[in-house]
Design a protein around this ligand. Structure first.
Ligand code: NAP
Ligand code: ZN
Ligand code: ZN
Length: 349
C-alpha cells in the first residue's frame, strides 16, 4: 500500500517528504487515515540518533489520531469512519506473562514499536505517524471517546499514558500530594491528569515564568527548582514525584521533598545518571526511585475513557508538517506550549 510522510534520513539533516510502502492489510488489521500526530521529545531523540541505534530513513510519530478507512474481515471492534488512536506500540508477542497482564510495553520478546521497529510477521520496517495512513492490528488500536477534540487527544497516546501509568500504579487520588518535574509535553499531561484524579499538585520547573500556565493546567503550587529556599520549603511533602526531564540531571535535590515512603518516578531520562544517587536520600524515610515506560494497551484505553469523562486533552500548537524542523528546534530549546501536533491535511499541500 502506497503511503507518504516525512522522514529523517540522517541524524543532522532535516525531515523531508518520503514516499514508501505500507504492508498490505491482513485479516485482523485496521487501515487508518491519519488526521493528527503529536510530536514527542522521543521523536527528536530518535531522529537525531541521541541513543546511537537509529537506522534511516525514519518516519517518527506515535501519538496518532485518525479515522478508520477500512478493516480486515476478522476485525469486529472497528468500522470505517470511527475515530481511533495508535500509540507507541503496534504489536507484541501476546502470550508472555507481561502481555497477559496487559503490559505489552514490557513484552519479554519486546513489543513492536510504531516506528523504527520490525514487523513480527514479515520483517518489514515500521513507519510512524508523520504520514497519511497506517496499518495496525486491531488489538493495538484504541477507541477515541466521543466528544474529545481529536488534535488535543493525539498526545494522550504517549504523553497521556506515560504519565497516567505511574499515577495509577502509585494509586494517586484525592488524598495524594503529587509533584511533576518539568513542564513540557509529558509534564503538562501529568499536571492535568493528577488534578483530574483529585490530587494536590505541585510543579517543579527550572523556568521562571511558567507559573501562570502551570496554574491554568492544574498545578496548585509552583516551585522553582533552582531556588534553594523554595526547595527547602516543600521538604517531606510529596507522595509521588513524576520526573519528566529528558536529559541527565541531578535527582538528589528532589529526594528530601518526598514524604516517608514516597517515590520519585523517572519517565523522562533513561540513561546513566551523571550525579550518583545519594543512598542516604532513599535509606532515610524509606524513599524510592522508580521508573515507568509508556503503558499497556488496556490502561491506555482506561486513560482515554477517563479523559473522555473528565474532558482532559492536551494543550496543543497545531503545525503544518512543513514546519516540523522548526518544531524540533523549539522542542530542543524547551519552547513548546505544550505539545506540537501536526495537522496531516497539510501533507497534501
Ligand atoms: P518536552 O516537551 O521537551 O519537555 C521536557 C521539559 O523538561 C521541558 O519543558 C523542561 O521543563 C524540562 N527540562 C528540564 N531540564 C531540561 C533540559 N536540560 N533540557 C530540556 N528540558 C528540560 O519533552 P517531553 O515530550 O515531555 O518528553 C520528556 C522526556 O520523556 C523525553 O526524554 C522523552 O523521550 C521521554 N519519554 C519517555 C517515555 C516513557 O515511556 N518513559 C514516554 C514518552 C517520552 P521546565 O522548563 O519546566 O523545567
Ligand atoms: Zn512519546
Ligand atoms: Zn509478550
Amino acid at each position: 500500500m502506497k503511503a507518504t510522510g516525512f522522514a529523517a534520513r540522517t541524524a543532522d539533516g532535516p525531515l523531508a517528504p518520503f514516499e514508501f510502502e505500507r504492508r498490505a492489510p491482513r485479516q485482523n488489521d485496521v487501515v487508518i487515515d491519519i488526521e493528527y500526530c503529536g510530536v514527542c521529545h522521543t521523536d527528536l531523540h530518535l531522529a537525531r540518533n541521541h541513543f546511537g541505534f537509529t537506522t534511516y530513513p525514519i518516519v517518527p510519530g506515535h501519538e496518532i489520531i485518525g479515522r478508520v478507512r477500512e478493516v480486515g474481515s476478522g476485525v469486529a471492534r472497528f468500522k470505517a469512519g470511527d475515530w481511533v488512536g495508535v500509540g507507541c506500540m503496534v504489536d507484541s508477542c501476546r502470550h508472555c506473562q507481561p502481555c497477559h497482564r496487559g503490559w505489552e510495553q514490557d513484552c519479554v520478546e519486546g513489543p513492536t514499536f510504531s516506528y523504527a521497529s520490525t514487523d513480527r510477521q514479515d520483517g518489514s520496517v515500521t513507519y510512524g505517524g508523520y504520514s497519511d495512513s497506517i496499518v495496525v492490528r486491531e488489538e493495538f488500536v484504541l477507541a477515541v471517546p466521543d466528544g474529545l477534540d481529536p488534535a488535543g487527544a493525539a498526545p494522550l497516546l504517549c504523553a497521556g499514558v506515560t504519565t497516567w501509568s505511574p499515577l495509577h500504579r502509585w494509586k494517586v487520588g484525592k488524598d495524594s500530594k503529587v509533584a511533576v518535574v518539568g513542564l513540557g509535553g509529558l509534564g503538562h499531561m501529568a499536571l492535568k491528569l493528577a488534578k483530574a484524579l483529585g490530587a494536590d499538585v505541585t510543579l517543579f520547573t527550572r523556568s521562571a515564568g511558567k507559573e501562570v500556565d502551570a496554574y491554568r493546567l492544574g498545578a496548585d503550587h509552583v516551585v522553582l527548582s533552582t531556588d534553594q529556599a523554595q526547595m527547602k520549603a516543600v521538604g517531606g511533602q510529596f507522595d509521588v514525584i513524576i520526573d519528566t526531564v529528558p536529559y541527565d540531571h541531578d535527582v538528589n535535590p528532589y529526594m528530601p521533598t518526598l514524604t516517608l515512603q514516597g517515590v520519585l518516578v523517572l519517565v523522562g531520562y533513561m540513561g546513566p545518571l551523571g550525579t550518583p544517587v545519594n543512598a542516604g536520600g532513599v535509606v532515610h524515610g524509606r524513599r524510592a526511585i522508580s521508573g515507568s515506560f509508556i503503558g499497556g494497551i488496556p490502561e491506555t484505553q482506561e486513560m482515554l475513557d477517563f479523559c473522555g469523562r473528565h474532558g482532559v486533552v492536551s494543550d496543543v500548537e497545531i503545525i503544518p508538517i512543513q514546519e516540523i524542523n522548526q518544531a524540533y528546534e523549539r522542542l530542543a530549546k524547551g519552547d513548546v506550549k505544550y505539545r506540537f501536533v501536526i495537522d496531516m491535511v497539510t501533507l497534501k499541500a
